[in-house]
Design a protein around this ligand. Structure first.
Ligand SMILES: CC(C)(COP(=O)(O)OP(=O)(O)OC[C@H]1O[C@@H](n2cnc3c(N)ncnc32)[C@H](O)[C@@H]1OP(=O)(O)O)[C@@H](O)C(=O)NCCC(=O)NCCS
Length: 199
């Protein structure tokens, strides 16, 4: 009942929004990735720890390039058009083929927080996922102590489904997590025709 695209499910083509380009990560991005991934504030509510050395950013680039090669769930680098810098990542954390579901996740350099950038990126990824990938449900989760991430999900039309208590063990403690989703039918009914601004 579920057929991946002929060119591979996670082909990760370059996508564009008004202020951003989403494209595959290459080794040349390690410097920009390290620049924001070393920030403890950026890493506070994600499942990775702040990077200590640029070798960790290089390893992340290699990891992502392997995932592209083997058509596994992977992330785009987020390029700020104004500076031509990689300023974050967004992509698929998980994929359930039987249920045609993906989970998305993202992070952004602190310099750009609260400027609407991640909302712009996530809206584009949601549109791409439903338009090109034959996915029925997109999920995302955030720690309750990270409400700005929940706000991004809401602004992109995702709905809160509930709170899972102490679902994750992150940085030495169990944390409560809010689960959000958007279905293909939600997208088609409520969002598709308003998307032209984000492309
Ligand atoms: C979470 C994150 C991706 C948000 O990206 P962003 O580009 O700043 O998001 P946007 O500007 O599109 O939207 C942020 C919204 O949160 C709101 N917000 C900020 N702080 C908030 C708070 N403490 N409580 C409630 N809302 C808050 C902003 O006002 C804005 O909403 P608005 O447009 O209605 O005013 C970014 O902060 C980040 O990368 N954080 C570190 C990594 C991370 O936590 N990733 C998510 C893991 S689930």
């Amino acid at each position: 009942m579920f057929t991946p695209n002929a060119w591979g499910m996670f082909s990760m083509p370059t996508l564009e929004t008004k202020r951003l380009i989403l494209r595959r990560i290459t080794m040349r991005d390690a410097k920009d990735i390290f620049a924001y991934s070393r920030d403890e504030e950026v890493a506070r509510h994600v499942l990775w720890s702040a990077q200590k050395d640029i070798s960790e950013a290089k390893e992340y680039c290699r990891f992502m390039m392997r995932r592209y090669r083997y058509d596994q769930p992977s992330s785009w680098g987020i390029i700020e058009k104004a500076s031509n810098q990689l300023v974050g990542t967004i992509g698929y954390m998980d994929y359930n083929e039987d249920n045609a579901t993906v989970e998305v996740g993202y992070s952004l350099t602190r310099r750009l927080w609260n400027g609407g950038y991640m909302t712009e990126a996530l809206a584009r990824v949601i549109a791409y996922t439903f338009e090109a990938m034959d996915i029925n449900r997109i999920e995302a989760q955030h720690e309750l102590e990270n409400p700005s991430s929940g706000r991004v999900m809401q602004k992109c039309g995702m709905r809160k489904e509930g709170v899972m208590r102490q679902r994750l063990y992150n940085k030495g403690r169990y944390v409560d997590v809010a689960m959000y989703s958007i279905l293909k039918e939600d997208y088609e009914r409520e969002i598709r025709d308003d998307q032209t601004d984000c492309r």
